[in-house]
Design a protein around this ligand. Sequence first.
Ligand code: FES
Length: 110
Amino acid sequence: MRQLKWVALSKTALSIADVQIISVNGKRLVLVKHDEEFYAFTSKCPHAGADLANGWCSKGYLICPVHRYQYHLKSGRGASGQGDYLKNYPVRVSGDQLFIGFNKPWFRFW
Ligand code: FES
């Protein structure tokens, strides 16, 4: 079982409208709120590197604004025929706080 480091976001993260860029744990992510669920992904589209800041959701997918490739909100998997996926991060809501999970490194330097 993989170990996660949970990083808390500011409480305003819960009130995002739809798609928003955030910086957390040294990474630039896209935070998505859709049907009262939250999802977090890397902010660059795997197709050609477009910024997903202006993306939108449709039918359970995050849509890239440049060539309209679609990525499933729950898995990050590209729509049929794309053969790619968008790296996703686990999101947890606890009370009025939102947390994003990052893999802990398997090694450590002292
Ligand atoms: S860069 Fe996102 S679909 Fe092409």
